[in-house]
Design a binder for this molecule. Sequence first.
Ligand SMILES: NC(=O)c1ccc[n+]([C@@H]2O[C@H](COP(=O)([O-])OP(=O)(O)OC[C@H]3O[C@@H](n4cnc5c(N)ncnc54)[C@H](OP(=O)(O)O)[C@@H]3O)[C@@H](O)[C@H]2O)c1
Length: 194
Amino acid sequence: MLERIDSIDGPGKVLIINNAGFGNYGAFAARPMELHLGMIGLNVLAPVELVARLMPCLLERGGAVINVASIAAHQPIPTLAVYAASKAFLLHWSLALGDELRPVGVSVLAVCPGPTRTGFSKRAGFDRRADSELFDQSADQVVQETWRALNRGKTMVVTGFFNKMIAAIAMRLPKTWSSRLAGQSVSRSRPAPP
Ligand SMILES: NC(=O)c1ccc[n+]([C@@H]2O[C@H](COP(=O)([O-])OP(=O)(O)OC[C@H]3O[C@@H](n4cnc5c(N)ncnc54)[C@H](OP(=O)(O)O)[C@@H]3O)[C@@H](O)[C@H]2O)c1
């Protein structure tokens, strides 16, 4: 039976996990506007609205928010332009919100997975080469690293060793360079976008 969270009496912290999201591979100009806006709606507006609506419960009970961003949050990515920008929003918003809410007993964790074996790639229109999938993580691995990070009070976790290295490099490069490099790297591991 579904119950409204604000109608449940008694103690108990709140955990909000903003996981739903999708990407789409291809040139911005070749994609319909509705697709771009839908992606921003799900990846950006929905998490902000959910957290804002549940804020009274969060403040009353304490708890945590987990926002599933992406390694794509660390650099602009041609052919994934809206997706990468939406995840950059989620990452920056999470970090700032976490600093605001820490004093009142609410933690916020931004999770930045890299390629993970789920339905995401197919839906995004990637036709990745098998050899480029060798280092993909499983969803279980991402979940385990997420719980560890939450329990240690971290505010951001990049999951997987190779993803950590890529994010560390991307974060140190000028944005103009990392955009070019990301575009080249995506085009090497995936077919030319339609
Ligand atoms: N897999 C990766 O390589 C990867 C890498 C980095 C970050 N991420 C992020 O990880 C998160 C989870 O993705 P995933 O890998 O598990 O991909 P997935 O298998 O495609 O699952 C996507 C999830 O989002 C939900 N969803 C998609 N469109 C929706 C919509 N319009 N309204 C409501 N729910 C919607 C889906 O619900 P239904 O099943 O009901 O459609 C599903 O639960 C996403 O935020 C994604 O950006 C994934």
